[in-house]
Design a protein around this ligand. Structure first.
Ligand SMILES: Cc1cc2nc3c(=O)[nH]c(=O)nc-3n(C[C@H](O)[C@H](O)[C@H](O)COP(=O)(O)OP(=O)(O)OC[C@H]3O[C@@H](n4cnc5c(N)ncnc54)[C@H](O)[C@@H]3O)c2cc1C
Length: 449
């Protein structure tokens, strides 16, 4: 065999970096790569997760686009693995597949009331404000007081977008209905709750500091949360990131309230107990006050508190979804693998099947981490030639015919360029960088005129 025909499923950063690294890797064979993506647009969570007011991070798209534009990768957009194309189809047309399908669901939080109307997952809210085509466009933003559960960057994104005035988001690429929804929001107080102490947060300093820079939003922190135990003091002395975080909190603790129309409260040592309410909606968030346990963790104090809120957003992590025909670890929400080589229930390698990115490693880490991930996976793929599949129809035209025969309305790279230019033009007309097209059928129509 002189040409590896490779399918990559999922055109987020992990899949695109995998293609790029394979193309640049020294090897004894040619490669021909087809990238399948269920959405009509590539880039995964960089387009549909990263917050619209983080243009520098969204700018990673420029580097990803350069990879696609080398002309050495074919993109098949609007193709869902498991429905439009199956594992047997892939075995018939390729020597191997890499799954880079990420994680798009909210991890569960098992407390009473979590399913009440007015209690939402962060992933749903993020997908709404980032204009994901598969999420309802209408969102009731009627709460004056809101709880956000979680102490990672996604919790901060959610809290920031809720607290920020809609006009301050207008220069970004938010879709028109998102601006309209946020503009109507009567919110005055956004409360973020974390189980552990302020020195145990998973926020990064940059994202935390940004909260204090929002127009007409006062930061509120509570002095009782800042009686540091020995473990916290040690963390401040030995960890530069924690030291910076401590400095940010100090500034807020010293700062008087300015009478802004909105407030963003950070509560620590608060273990979620219950979303209080009834079929008409949420009325409060109940939590137990915790305290340091002396070993870097926390324990409950038995003191129960309640904060009146009319909406609750849980940002307690993302979770991967199983793929038909592919092993899945239900507990961790990932495809079980050894350094990217997928393994079965008996720990045996599954020939020809690899994984990379969040579906390989779990939903933690920044976009840059998916690059080192991809390097590891590609190293195994390249060294594993003896175990690849033997496809009956490896010619590049065969898969195109298959999708056409099935009536799959797929898009390609030219189609994505059409949609991209269309969105940029919509934005330019209003003095904005981009306005996203949201409905899937419209995305496909603009891609394939
Ligand atoms: C809310 C949020 C904000 C974030 N902000 C930042 C940030 O500011 N900076 C930063 O560095 N990182 C950020 N991250 C992390 C970053 O998004 C991830 O590290 C990265 O996107 C993971 O890449 P991935 O390719 O593994 O998955 P994804 O980006 O999720 O890409 C997976 C792709 O696979 C596709 N797919 C899934 N299933 C199928 C299927 N069955 N068939 C075909 N295609 C399929 C999906 O549509 C998607 O396009 C953020 C994450 C979230 C959730």
């Amino acid at each position: 065999m002189s040409t590896l025909r490779l399918a990559i499923v999922g055109a987020g950063p992990a899949g695109i970096y995998a293609a790029d690294i394979l193309l640049k890797t020294e090897r004894q064979f040619d490669v021909s790569i087809d990238l399948f993506e269920q959405l009509p647009a590539p880039y995964g969570l960089v387009r549909y997760g990263v917050a619209p007011d983080h243009p520098r991070i969204k700018g990673i798209i420029t580097a990803l686009r350069e990879v696609l534009d080398t002309g050495r990768i074919r993109l098949f957009g609007n193709v869902l693995y498991g429905r439009d194309i199956t594992l047997d189809d892939l075995k018939d047309h390729y020597h191997a597949v890499i799954f880079s399908t990420g994680a798009v669901r909210d991890a569960p939080l098992d407390i009473p009331g979590i399913d009440l109307p007015g209690s939402y997952g962060a992933a749903d809210f993020v997908s709404w404000y980032d204009g994901h085509p598969d999420y309802p466009r209408e969102r009731p933003l009627t709460a004056r007081e809101v709880a956000v559960i979680g102490n990672g960057n996604v919790a901060l994104d959610v809290a920031r977008i809720l607290a920020k005035h809609a006009d301050d988001l207008l220069p970004t690429e938010i879709p028109a209905n998102v601006y309209a929804g946020l503009k109507e929001s009567p919110v005055t107080d956004v409360h973020v709750f974390g189980r552990r102490g302020p020195m145990q947060v998973k926020f990064t300093p940059l994202e935390l500091r940004e909260l204090g820079e929002l127009d007409d939003v006062d930061m509120v922190v509570y002095e009782e949360d800042f009686e540091y135990d020995e473990a916290s003091k040690l963390a401040i002395e030995t960890n530069k990131q924690i030291m910076v975080i401590d400095r940010i909190f100090r500034a807020w603790r010293d700062q008087p309230q300015t009478g802004s129309s909105r407030r963003l409260h950070l509560h620590f040592f608060a273990k979620p107990l219950e979303v209080v309410g009834d079929d008409d909606g949420v009325s409060a968030f109940r939590y137990e006050r915790t305290e340091p346990d002396g070993e870097g963790g926390v324990r409950g104090t038995g003191e129960i508190r309640e904060v009146p809120v009319q909406a609750v957003y849980r940002a307690v992590g993302y979770f991967g979804s199983p793929l038909p025909g592919i092993p899945f670890d239900e507990r961790r929400g990932v495809i079980p693998n050894r350094e990217g080589q997928v393994i079965d229930d008996n720990d045996e390698p599954v020939n020809g099947v690899y994984a990379t990115g969040w579906i390989k490693r779990g939903p933690v880490g920044l976009i840059g981490h998916t690059k080192s991930d991809a390097m590891e996976t590609i190293r195994h793929l390249v060294n594993d030639q003896a175990n690849w599949w033997s496809p009956e129809h490896p010619e590049e035209s065969a898969v195109v015919e298959l999708l056409r025969e099935r009536g799959v309305e797929f898009t390609n790279l030219d189609g994505w360029h059409n949609l991209d230019e269309h969105e940029l033009a919509l934005g330019a007309a209003e003095g904005r960088t981009r306005i996203k097209v949201v409905p899937r059928d419209e995305m496909v129509r603009i891609s394939n005129p």
